[in-house]
Structures are given as structure tokens and as C-alpha cells.
Write a protein that binds this ligand. Sequence first.
Ligand SMILES: Nc1nc2c(ncn2[C@H]2C[C@H](O)[C@@H](COP(=O)(O)O)O2)c(=O)[nH]1
Ligand SMILES: [Mn+2]
Length: 211
Amino acid sequence: MTTGWNPRDHIPAEVQKLLSEPQPNYVLAFLHIVEQLKLQKRTGWVDHDIIPCESIADHMYRMGVTAMLIKDPKVDVKRCVRIALVHDIAESLVGDITPFDPVTKEEKHQRELDTITYLCDEIIKPYNEAAADEILQDWLAYENIGSLEARYVKDIDKFEMLVQCFEYEKRHGGKKDLIQFYSAVSSIKTDEVKSWTNDLMDRRTKFFQTL
Ligand SMILES: Nc1nc2c(ncn2[C@H]2C[C@H](O)[C@@H](COP(=O)(O)O)O2)c(=O)[nH]1
Ligand SMILES: [Mn+2]
């Protein structure tokens, strides 16, 4: 556990009530927790006054469909889609912490690890033990970049954010200063996602030349 932070203290009241029933409906409890990903806006955009902006779920959804496009024959695309769809699931209780928030990487990791462990062991496992194990493995693979699939999903996490960033820049006529986000370009390692990113950056350059 972290410095007193406990996932159980961040469970919505409705879910706590559901879990206190004699025969809890764990499927519903899990889905109500996942709703938090649909409700929470991505902090990075909120901090830059992007209104309206995407939710955490929006981001993960588009990452999932982006992963379906991977051409690299060495990659298990279906595994990438799974990893994309679970990689930020702990943010349902932890929240969406940016690199600029006053939370250390270690504290963020520990809160998210405690949360995914809680969700898998105490919410998913009572209904489907195999699903709980697989979701935990998918999340750990992403966190530890434990496979080529996880490496691709890490890249797609950054690429999807950059696509969204450029979409917001265009939607706001280039008047929002979102340059900070583009430091993520250097984090992208796979050749395929690098090629997507290079084209995006070329289009961004041309867009700002037209202003
Ligand atoms: N203000 C900034 N926020 C950033 C930057 N890079 C990422 N972010 C935000 C985006 C999300 O809200 C959050 C974490 O995203 P994950 O998908 O990694 O959970 O951090 C940035 O350069 N500036
Ligand atoms: Mn993410």
C-alpha cells in the first residue's frame, strides 16, 4: 500500500452499497466503477482549458481501434487491443495523473498497482477468475513494457494523445498552446508508430504555416 492511499476509499457509494449485499452483483459493480472512466475528463486537456475534451475512456477506446491497424507480422494484435483497453483502468479510482501533477512516479505506480490488484482480486475474480488473471497480466505487461505488444501499446498511448492534441489545435485555430504535449514524440520507439507520428508532425507543421 502507498502513503495511506487505499482504492477502497475511492469506490463510489453506489458500488459500496452493491458490494455490501448478501449476494453482490460483481458484474454491475465492475461496470459502475468503469463508468468513472467515461465520466472523468483527461487532466492534461482540462489543465489547458480545452472545453469540451475527451474522457479517459475515449482515449482508451481509440487506442484499442488504433491497435487493430498494426501491420507488423511479429505482433499479436488482439493482445495489443486487450492491453490498450485495460492500460488506464486503474484511473477509475486513482484518477488521471499527469507528469506535471505533484504525485511521484512511484506513488502513482503504487496507487495504480493497488487499484488493479483490488479490482481483479475483489471485484472481477468472484465472477470470473480467468478474466481477472488475464486483465491483471494485460495491465502488468503494459506497466512493465513486458512484451513487443506492450511496447506498441505504449507508443500508441503517446500517438493517440498527439493525434488528439493536433485535433484540439486545429479546432481552436492554433490559439491553444499545447506544445508541451509534443515532448512525447521522443518516447515513441517502434518504427511503425514512428512513421505515423512523422506524418502527423509534418501535417501539423503545414497547418501552422497556413495561419
Ligand atoms: N499537461 C500535460 N499533460 C500531459 C502531458 N503528457 C501527458 N499528459 C497528460 C495526458 C493525460 O491526461 C495524463 C496521463 O495520460 P496516460 O494516458 O499516460 O494515463 O497526462 C504533457 O506533456 N503535459
Ligand atoms: Mn493512457
